[in-house]
Design a protein around this ligand. Structure first.
Ligand SMILES: [Zn+2]
Length: 243
């Protein structure tokens, strides 16, 4: 059994806490916790060090006024279950009497029957394996909403890149994924016109995933795919560097 003295948080736990603290420096930490207190140690084992002396869980206090809204954080993390390395097998989230886990992702959020309903703090447990729990990849949560200024030239630039991207990518629009991708393009145009950088980034990521899943019209379109990837990066670069 590991002793309490000899433990460290998983690196991904440090990462998520750093991101949350950066986004909400004045937040309350009243119900925060990493290593197990007595109450946790009986029923919430990820707060106790694993065999390697690593704690794979953290509690974060719900403090919307202080900048940490657990509803938002849980939504954002749940969307990354199974894709972020730290949110691989073994990872789960608990908030407000509900739980969602990577291992049972298809069931979505389900009722949590634990003694502590987690109504004042949300709980994050990261992946079981070291390659997951010690990942230092950013989560990209609680990113401050930055409104795009109404700069016609910048919007024009973005739209040009988007256009080039789409022309380079000969999508088969008869496939379901192809139709979904074209619909997404419309929403991305709207996003460029009126939404925030974070929303645009999300739309681009979703479009990129759809594009990857879409069969191409012709087999000899590798060059097109490369060009498309280039323009997609340009769109992202413009969004990220300018704001
Ligand atoms: Zn907990």
């Amino acid at each position: 059994m590991s002793t309490r003295k000899n433990w460290r948080p998983a690196r991904s736990i440090d990462t998520i806490r750093a991101e949350v603290n950066a986004a909400a420096p004045k937040r309350s930490t009243r119900s925060d916790g990493t290593v197990g207190d007595l109450a946790h140690s009986n029923r919430d084992s990820d707060h106790n060090p694993n065999e390697a002396g690593v704690v794979r869980a953290t509690d974060l206090t719900h403090d919307p006024a202080g900048g940490l809204d657990c509803n938002q954080l849980m939504d954002e993390l749940a969307a990354k279950l199974g894709t972020h390395p730290a949110l691989g097998p073994g990872a789960y989230l608990i908030w407000n009497r509900q739980i969602i886990s990577t291992d049972r992702l298809a069931e979505g959020w389900r009722r949590y029957y634990g003694v502590n309903g987690h109504t004042k703090h949300c709980h994050v447990s990261v992946a079981r394996r070291a390659s997951g729990y010690d990942s230092t990849q950013r989560f990209g949560v609680l990113v401050p909403i930055v409104r795009l200024p109404a700069s016609p030239s910048l919007r024009g630039l973005l739209e040009d890149e988007l256009e080039a991207w789409l022309h380079a990518m000969p999508l088969d629009s008869r496939s379901d994924a192809g139709r979904a991708a074209w619909a997404k393009v419309g929403r991305l145009r709207d996003a460029i016109a009126k939404y925030s950088v974070a929303q645009i980034e999300r739309q681009i990521a979703e479009l990129d995933a759809l594009v990857r899943a879409t069969p191409l019209r012709k087999p000899k379109t590798l060059a097109g795919r490369r060009r498309a990837a280039y323009h997609a990066r340009q769109v992202l670069r413009i969004v990220q560097e300018k704001y």
